[in-house]
Design a protein around this ligand. Sequence first.
Ligand code: 5AD
Length: 352
Amino acid sequence: MSGAKGGIRDLIDRLEAGRTLSQQEWVVLIEGRNPETAEYLFERARAVRERIYGKDVYIRGLIECSNYCRNDCFYCGIRRSNGNISRYRLDRETILDCCQEGYRLGFRTFVLQGGEDGAMTDEWTEKTVAAIREKFPDCAITLSLGEREKESYRRFFSAGADRYLLRHETADRKHYAMLHPAGMSYEHRMNCLRELKNIGYQTGCGFMVGSPGQTALSLAQDMCFISEFRPEMVGIGPFIPQHDTPFARETAGTLELTLYMLGLLRLLRPNVLLPATTALGTIHPRGRELGILAGANVVMPNLSPSAVRGKYLLYDNKLCTGDEAAESVENLKMRMKEIGYRVVTDRGDFRQ
Ligand code: 5AD
């Protein structure tokens, strides 16, 4: 009998019972993992997820509206100083066409994601949200456009946006400073998240797994932050180096640790909307299926026009098929069915 093993299972049981873990306990839970405790965690995570969301998998139509970005995050391929990528920005008509096609395919959530592009003004964004809201009254609109003024967030919300994704990237201040240039502030990002929540958005935070400089303690801090912040959504995926960034030669995060963190997140926030992300699908051919089996309940297929899909290159080898959106949805439905889950046509809101 290994005491450590019993210890990990006990922590998993306490997490499932809704007890608050200390930062040190999170460190133990993360550092002390092994294949058996991970399997136990995934079983518990699936049970919790199925109690709340059944076998349903929600799909979100991801529309990557611009790869211009004023930021210079060390890990990201669309960072300002990357002169080697071809920049694009979608116009409103194109975005509405993507939604139209998505609607036909069964999507009831559209996610507008983009770099922090100055040309996407408040007015433009507000009008775009309003246009989607008017044309697709039964759909949820999610924005993922980075840090903006509180007033801007309010305007988008009034125009009809329901949700906002803004990964906090790391809840460890020192680590934050290793991932971002001096001009970017941990406080500002955290303030944005609080404002989004106060306005009434279903709010999503998240982090990369295995980003340079990350330790078990940083991950423990992420979990403590999430426990306190109570987000409706959490997006996580492995860090994957991009060849034109300062982190080009860093090691990627692992499938194994990402799955483990997904399982822990499901137990920490039973109702959370938790995607098996594209990055997870990129580091392993069955990454997204394994993510669902670890406790995730959302997938976000790309609805961007195929002409620009290859340009939103946050990291190398990003999973992006030349497939038409229709084919990739069919493929996804099949993959989910094979593991006993079903893709549903539903807004897929957070369940209280
Ligand atoms: N590897 C993995 N994820 C990345 N992101 C940005 N760059 C990378 C990378 N190299 C993630 C960040 C960001 C989200 C849109 O994509 O967490 O918030």
